[in-house]
Design a protein around this ligand. Structure first.
Ligand code: AMP
Ligand code: TRP
Length: 333
């Protein structure tokens, strides 16, 4: 514990600049960024623009997408006086560590990763070298800041395990203990489903609900949500246990409403349309303070860029120190 009553040990997370964030990003990751900011003294959050270059869609509109994402993070409650919020490429030391890590990484381990296999399926015409090395760069992100805890969605679990292995290999190869093995931290909803009710919510599948959408847009998206597929008619009883809308109610609605829906859905007392209307209203109510804070930051884009530039300077100080220790450990002349 420190004098501020917060825990020692650094928290680090990153996300590619995909622009406006969705409920999946929020419930799977950002919610924990904010919670850990309250709990830990050192929290660092990075917009990983170099990682974005591995796929063509995320290579476009980098500036605008970075800005939109930073707005969402600030609106969600990240405080620049407490957390470092920065752009990955502002601290090029990460690419040095990436190269050092690549020498202790068996190629087969990278090509065996489920995340890599999925990417090959998604973009068979762009299986670039950077894509294979994606987890190595992510490991470098985390290790550069000696983070002990990494808040991410469950899809990132293989990458965190990989990071632990690389750190172990590095420390073993160079008979050192300069680098630290991190732990993953998932939220209560580590995998948020999209409005299709089947796949992980993601922008590329267009099954997402943006945090910064207007209340009207949000309601429209919610009304498109797929519910219990067995419930074909209004008069059929439903099963909330297999309904993604009910999962969301449990996060955004009051205990009484959750109880009411749980009971009434099962005996066809409430239909999916009404159930979704209640959810849309509660979601909009929950997001109202977020949207207000976002609008306030958006009044001053320069201030948002200042936050990111200042964060980069603070992150660089830590990174330079680690790189010096790493080079010393390797024994580079
Ligand atoms: P991405 O936008 O894919 O770079 O993800 C940024 C962060 O949000 C990562 O920590 C992901 O694990 C998390 N995330 C993205 N989509 C989801 C989802 N549908 N459910 C849970 N977490 C997610
Ligand atoms: N791979 C992560 C994702 O797709 C993004 C990321 C890059 C990251 N570097 C990181 C997450 C370091 C946590 C820590 O979401």
């Amino acid at each position: 514990m420190t004098e501020t009553g917060k825990k020692q040990g650094r928290v680090f997370s990153g996300a590619r600049p995909t622009g406006r964030q969705h409920l999946g990003n929020y419930l799977g990751a950002i919610k924990n960024y904010v919670a850990l900011q309250d709990e830990y003294k050192d929290t660092i959050y990075s917009i990983v623009d170099i990682h974005a270059l591995t796929t063509v869609e995320t290579t476009q509109n980098l500036k605008q997408n970075t800005y939109e994402m930073a707005l969402d993070w600030l609106a969600a409650g990240l405080r620049p006086d407490e957390s470092i919020i920065f752009i990955q490429s502002h601290v090029p030391e990460v690419m040095e560590l990436h190269t050092f890590f690549s020498m202790v990484t068996p190629l087969g381990k990278l090509t065996d990763l489920p995340t890599f296999k999925e990417k090959i399926r998604q973009q068979p015409h762009n299986v670039n070298y950077g894509l294979v090395g994606y987890p190595v760069l992510m490991a470098a992100d985390i290790a550069l800041y000696k983070a002990v805890l990494v808040p991410v969605g469950i899809d990132q679990a293989p990458h965190i395990e990989f990071t632990r292995e690389v750190v172990r290999s590095f420390n073993y190869r160079y008979k050192t203990d300069v680098l630290v093995e991190p732990q993953m931290k998932a939220t209560q909803v580590p995998k948020v489903l999209g409005i299709d009710g089947v796949s992980k919510m993601s922008k590329s599948l267009n099954n997402h609900i943006e945090l910064a959408a207007t209340p009207e847009e949000t309601q429209k998206r919610v009304m498109q949500m797929v519910t219990d597929p067995q419930r074909a008619r209004r008069s059929d009883p439903g099963n909330p246990d297999v309904c993604n809308v009910f999962t969301m109610h449990k996060i955004f609605s009051s205990a009484e409403e959750v109880e009411m829906i749980n009971t009434e859905c099962r005996r066809a007392g409430i239909g999916c349309v009404d159930c979704k209307k209640i959810f849309a209203r509660n979601l909009n109510d929950n997001l109202a303070p977020f949207r207000e804070r976002r609008a306030a930051w958006a009044q001053n884009p320069d201030q948002v860029w200042d936050v990111l530039n200042d964060g980069g300077k603070r992150a660089k100080v830590i990174a330079e120190q680690t790189i010096a220790e790493v080079k010393e450990a390797i024994g580079l002349p």
